[in-house]
Design a protein around this ligand. Structure first.
Ligand code: G1P
Length: 293
């Protein structure tokens, strides 16, 4: 047994190797993580959430066709030079800040073996530390960053924390679903999890939203996890193994969640984020009203 992992969560893993089939044809040649919500790619919202929670090291799991992500979080010499020459100081600062907000590193997931396998690809960069996992499809708009709400729970209990929200019974088949005992308002102790159950088999209506605080024990569980739903190594199945051995918490996340990897969810997020923008909100609202829906 190694020493207890520290209570500081400083690393985040963002899996971004998926094919984005729910968003074809847009994702045929460009990463779905780069789809823009108003004017920022989805993955930037997720990185900003992690950084706002004090995370400094971002490990992105990539694959073929995902190089635009690396370029986005890198220095862009020509662009910066151009903005400087044209006196566009505000924009220059904004662009430079993207590459400076964290340390980025990339691991290629060579085979599409699922979310659990993607997390396993980061093992050598994690060491004996707790870490956050943020899935880019889930955009959370919350006063306290969602992953920070979960880090607060981790700091109290030093145990894995899974982000959850209630969903209608008819939608449980799209999520990992937890079986749990309530222990405090918005806090549950997880006893079991099922990946994408049919409604009759769902142990609750509490769905796993794409945010996790994990401890290094997850890697051993992942190594033991056989392929599950869709023949992929599922993170939910590894968490299920761990839940038999360890205390694990479910934190009901405050805030609005959008499934931005889905076309309808993406459109909803676009409208809401557009309306919230100080520079666009008013004319956009006027336009929407003029549609007389
Ligand atoms: C993944 C997880 C699932 C979770 C969901 C949240 O599924 O496997 O447990 O509920 O993210 O968005 P995916 O949406 O990648 O199929």
């Amino acid at each position: 047994m190694g020493a207890m992992p520290s209570s500081n969560v400083t690393k985040a893993v963002i899996p971004a190797a998926g094919l984005g089939t729910r968003f074809l044809p847009a994702t045929k040649a460009s990463p779905k993580e780069m789809l823009p919500l108003v004017d920022k790619p989805l993955i930037q919202y997720v990185v900003e959430e992690a950084v706002a929670a004090g995370i400094r090291e971002i490990i992105i799991i990539t694959g073929r066709g995902k190089r635009a992500i690396e370029d986005h979080f890198d220095v862009s010499f020509e662009l910066e030079e151009n903005l400087r020459e044209n006196g566009k100081k505000g924009l220059l600062k904004e662009i430079q800040a993207i590459a400076e907000m964290a340390d980025f590193c990339y691991v290629r997931q060579r085979h599409a073996r699922g979310l659990g396998h993607a997390i396993l690809c980061a093992q050598h960069l994690i060491g004996n530390e707790p870490f956050a996992v943020l899935l880019g499809d889930d955009i959370l708009d919350a006063p306290v960053p969602a992953i920070q709400q979960m880090i607060q729970v981790y700091q109290r209990f030093q145990a894995p924390v899974v982000g959850i929200q209630p969903v209608p019974k008819s939608e449980v088949h799209q999520y990992g679903v937890i079986k749990a005992e309530p222990i405090e308002p918005d806090l549950f102790q997880i006893t079991d999890l099922v990946e994408k159950p049919v409604p009759q088999m769902a142990p609750s209506n509490l769905a796993v939203i794409g945010r996790y605080i994990l401890t290094p024990e997850i890697f051993k569980a992942l190594e033991k996890t056989p392929p599950g739903k869709n023949g992929e190594i599922q993170l939910t199945d590894a968490l299920r193994i761990l839940a038999q051995q360890k205390v694990m918490y479910g934190k009901k996340l405050q805030g609005m969640r959008y499934d931005a990897g889905d076309k309808l969810g993406f459109l909803k997020a676009t409208v809401e984020f557009g309306l919230k923008r100080p520079d666009l909100g008013k004319p956009f609202l006027q336009y929407l009203k003029s549609l007389k829906l």
